[in-house]
Design a protein around this ligand. Structure first.
Ligand code: FAD
Length: 463
């Protein structure tokens, strides 16, 4: 039972954090009505825009008093609909918490507020000779708090791991306004349960991330990039293994099936670097020294692969501009997503030894059942992360059917239905395919201990 408030929620929030931090303006509400997914848009009745972590906690305490459900929002680039408000919810945006608070240029750590945009951090630390390796197509809009809440992966997981591996410390405001200040800055810390892990990847279900301590890497002096044309998935897997052995600087291994590359070139108006088409392409990046050794090592490894017939053709970038061109097709995912709406965008995880069979099965089933739609395959092969983009679909029933088709094949392959984007609302009905009832039950118990009234991001993730 909530105390019966005598003033409106708007006024209570304005009193707690300031009138300019709470908006009922329909234009602002519209800008907070959806993330990047196709989950139905829903404008929140209020948008809360705190400027400090302390204001986030105070706002949550008010929301708890009013029993008011809230959608937590970062940069709204999520693809699972978790940040899209649901009927009756207000939105809590982290956009104004955008300060880089501390930078240890000796140890290579940085303390940031949750609303700092990924690209902003990348640029600022590089100016000091450091490097934040998490990288994804949405880098210009997604926020570090959102990256943590979704345990974002992206292009360099094969070498640097996911967002989880970058996080040394977290500050979190719980749904009742309690603050857990776990701003650890040391690499090793074995003092009881590592509570921050509960909040990483749990899509804002348990608390609002307000600050993060992040681990940096020394800035690589140069990147070496190549696009390899391959005859089969098996060849791609052999190439990946060989490059892992020979090139310790291997930082990306992005796979694009031919249909994806053709569609990406079309949507982004690019020319394929190859004069003929091949079944599959691998975009390879190494990060290392500026001297010619790294470039020579890449060229020598790829030359050997060419000689032994593992790869059929290859283009090695000779300049930063050429490297950008090689990345351009892979980076056109945003345009492809927009051009294929309403779409089903999959980010499944498939064990490597099942990948080829799983892709062949999916491609055949999708083409047979949905011959009018496009089905594009690509992924971060180094992490067993397969993306499929299917669409456009005319209605909800077709979307549900395509989702069931893909997720059942992934379950049969021993994979998981989300490798990086999360479950949100768009995959909620399917989570039971790859998580057991006992696991879901424990998730429900954890949620109900921390957020008994289910105020924070209710109706997401757990059925
Ligand atoms: P939002 O979309 O605002 O929110 C996502 C989830 O996090 C929601 O559940 C929200 O409630 C929660 N959340 C946000 N901020 C906080 C906070 N401070 N505290 C608690 N919960 C919070 N993802 C990948 O992993 N790898 C990719 O390669 C990749 N590529 C992409 C490419 C494009 C073009 C696009 C549009 C998206 C891509 N994504 C990718 C998905 C998306 O960018 C990531 O999920 C990103 O981490 C979301 O960050 P955000 O700040 O936009 O979060």
């Amino acid at each position: 039972m909530h105390a019966s408030p005598t003033i409106s929620l708007h006024d209570a929030l304005a009193n707690a954090i300031g009138a300019d931090r709470v908006s009922a303006d329909p234009t602002i509400a519209d800008a907070h009505a959806a993330d990047w997914s196709d989950a139905p848009r829903c404008a929140p009745s209020l948008v809360i825009l705190p400027r400090t972590p302390e204001e986030v906690a105070r706002a949550l305490a008010v929301l708890a008093r009013y029993g008011q459900p809230v959608a937590v929002q970062g940069g709204l680039t999520g693809l699972a609909g978790a940040a899209t408000p649901q009927a009756g919810e207000v939105a809590l945006s982290l956009a104004r918490l955008n300060a880089i608070e501390a930078f240890d240029t000796t140890g290579g750590t940085v303390t940031v507020q949750a609303g700092v945009v990924l690209e902003q951090l990348q640029t600022q630390v590089e100016a000091e000779g450091w490097f934040f390796p998490l990288d994804l197509g949405a880098r210009g809009s997604c926020q570090l708090g959102g990256n943590a809440a979704t345990n974002a992966g992206g292009n360099r997981v094969v070498r640097f791991g996911t967002m989880r591996e970058r996080i040394l410390g977290l500050e979190v405001a719980l749904p009742d306004g309690t603050v857990l200040s776990m701003l650890n800055r040391v690499t090793k810390n074995t003092t009881g349960i590592d509570l921050k892990q509960l909040f990483i990847g749990s899509e804002g279900l348990l608390g609002v991330i307000t600050r993060l301590v992040l681990k940096l890497e020394p800035k690589p002096a140069a990147a070496q990039t190549a696009l390899c044309a391959l005859g089969s998935f098996d060849a791609a897997a052999r190439l990946l293994k060989a490059l892992r052995m020979r090139l310790p600087g291997l930082s990306s291994f992005e796979l694009m099936w031919d249909d994806f590359l053709a569609a990406a070139c079309e949507v982004a108006r690019l020319k394929s670097p190859f004069s003929t088409r091949y079944p599959i392409y691998a975009l390879v990046e190494t990060l290392g020294d500026a001297d010619d050794d790294a470039q020579r090592a890449l060229e020598s490894a790829l030359g050997d692969m060419l000689e032994t017939g593992v790869i059929d053709d290859v283009v090695v970038a000779q300049s930063i501009e050429q490297a950008k061109q090689l990345w351009a097709a892979r980076e056109s995912v945003g345009e492809l997503l927009a051009a294929t709406r309403p779409h089903a965008a999959f980010d499944v995880g498939v064990p490597m030894d099942e990948m080829e069979h799983c892709v062949a099965t999916l491609r055949a089933r999708l083409r047979e059942r949905f011959p009018e739609q496009r089905h594009l395959f690509f992924g971060h092969l180094g992490d067993g992360n397969l993306h499929v983009l299917s669409g456009p679909f005319a209605g909800e029933a077709a979307l549900l059917e395509v989702e069931a088709l893909v997720y059942e094949a992934v379950r049969d392959a021993g994979g998981c239905i989300s490798a990086e984007h999360g479950i949100g609302v768009v995959k909620r009905a399917f989570i039971g395919l790859t998580r057991s009832e006992a696991e879901l039950d424990l998730m429900r118990k954890i949620k109900s201990v921390i957020d008994p009234a289910s105020i924070l991001n209710g109706g997401r993730v757990i059925p």
